[in-house]
Design a protein around this ligand. Structure first.
Ligand SMILES: NC(=O)c1ccc[n+]([C@@H]2O[C@H](COP(=O)([O-])OP(=O)(O)OC[C@H]3O[C@@H](n4cnc5c(N)ncnc54)[C@H](O)[C@@H]3O)[C@@H](O)[C@H]2O)c1
Length: 264
């Protein structure tokens, strides 16, 4: 059984959620899950076609969703996303910072500075900007749930040639803890999900061998599905998680504990 089989009907009734990177992959599944459980979901993504398709999937099954074209590194676009959501829906309760990219792989001694800047800009600056403007809206109502997406690479190296991605996800985990200090008094919790290898357009673009090799190492015996990550995002967005703050929840089928154990 994966997270896709479960629904807590009405868990997010009346809540408004913004899911960046919600057009596909982990963000796509998170948007569907939050909507299925009652949230009004705003999908913010660069990919208009995939975003519109995910909105259609949600609305055809009775959910409430809309799409906003937004590059998370563009401050004006992020501000417009938050202001537009407030104007249309009156509130922002949940922000899932899922938009992110992987890196073209190269050892540190061959890594172009431009690639380092491209990946860290999207993964760190995007998370920062969306949090900055969503937090302001959440503070006004003294309620918010922010869920960042880190990676198992923030706790151990997972691929050769991953310098920009590892840097970006280490920063996302650290910022998750930093923002607890600044947002808890405003009724906002900040947590992160750290996915292990998960079957999405991002990982499928690296070819079937990468996922097949990883699968052999995973104690749960299968690669993660986007719905497994969406289940963790929904939990951290829910009131069941109201006393959980500043945590990075690893969702990897046990991969990192086994890798750590065999290395000692
Ligand atoms: N798939 C995995 O194995 C895995 C593992 C660990 C962490 N993650 C993280 O999970 C998140 C989602 O990954 P995924 O595998 O679903 O990727 P994906 O490529 O399938 O989906 C990413 C989405 O983000 C959007 N996006 C990219 N750059 C954007 C930008 N600048 N502004 C707005 N939207 C943008 C894309 O259009 C796409 O819809 C990422 O942060 C990724 O680093 C994924």
């Amino acid at each position: 059984m994966s997270g896709s089989d479960i629904t807590y009907a009405g868990r997010f009734d009346g809540r408004v959620a913004i899911v960046t990177g919600g057009a596909m992959g982990i963000g796509g599944a998170a948007a569907r899950r939050l909507a299925r459980e009652g949230a009004t979901v705003v999908i913010a993504d660069l990919d208009e076609k995939a975003g519109a398709e995910n909105v259609r999937t949600i609305t055809e099954t009775g959910g409430k969703a809309g799409f906003v074209t937004c590059n998370v590194t563009d401050e004006a676009a992020v501000r417009a996303l938050m202001n537009g959501t407030l104007a249309t829906h009156g509130r922002i309760d949940i922000l899932a910072n899922v938009a992110g990219v992987s890196t073209k792989q190269a050892a540190v001694y061959d890594m172009p500075l431009e690639e380092f800047r491209r990946v860290t800009r999207i993964n760190i600056e995007g998370t920062f900007l969306c949090t900055k403007y969503a937090a302001r809206a959440m503070m006004a109502r003294k309620y918010g749930r922010i869920i960042n997406i880190s990676s198992t690479t923030s706790i151990m190296p997972t691929s050769f040639g991953n310098t920009p991605y590892t840097a970006s996800k280490g920063a996302v985990s650290a910022l998750t803890r930093q923002w607890v200090m600044e947002l808890a008094e405003h009724g906002i919790t900040v947590n992160a999900v750290a996915p292990g290898p998960t079957r999405t357009p991002l990982t499928e673009a690296r070819g079937p061998k990468m996922l097949a090799d990883r699968e052999k190492l995973i104690p749960c015996g299968r690669i993660g599905e986007p719905e497994d990550q969406a289940a963790a995002i929904a939990f951290l967005a829910s009131d069941d998680a109201s006393y959980i703050n500043g945590q990075v929840l690893v969702v990897d089928g046990g991969l990192t504990v086994v890798r750590n154990a065999t290395q000692q």
